[in-house]
Write a protein that binds this ligand. Structure first.
Ligand SMILES: [Zn+2]
Length: 119
């Protein structure tokens, strides 16, 4: 997998961290996070069977992609000037429901735009 992503002109590193080696993940019970200061996106090591359990590789892959899509939306919000507008989570100012909504609906919205030739 590609290790970096260009988000509105800022390059984010994408790293896989073990829960046992990353306090941000373990202390917050997160599967991933996005940090604009470094800039860095971290996804938990999903092969860690103590903390993550999947019935098959396909399910694990889908979960990984979903997490990464979610964190990339955070990165876009960060880089477009929306870092601390809410106090929903104390270290990150984004409304999580909207982040998830964008992450989930984006492929469908892009497909409609493409179909209409307005992408
Ligand atoms: Zn989030």
């Amino acid at each position: 997998m590609r290790q970096t992503a260009m988000i509105l002109g800022t390059e984010y590193r994408i790293e896989i961290h073990k829960w046992s080696e990353d306090k941000e993940l373990s202390q917050n019970s997160w599967a991933g996070y996005c940090c604009s200061n470094f800039p860095l996106i971290v996804i938990a090591d999903l092969d860690d069977e103590e903390h993550f359990w999947f019935s098959n590789e396909e399910e694990k892959d889908a979960y990984f992609k979903g997490c990464l899509r979610h964190e990339i939306i955070h990165a876009f919000l960060n880089e477009s000037g929306l870092k601390d507008n809410f106090e929903h989570v104390n270290r990150m100012g984004h409304e999580e429901t909207m982040v998830d909504w964008i992450a989930v609906q984006f492929p469908k919205i892009a497909a409609v735009y493409k179909e209409l030739g307005i992408l």
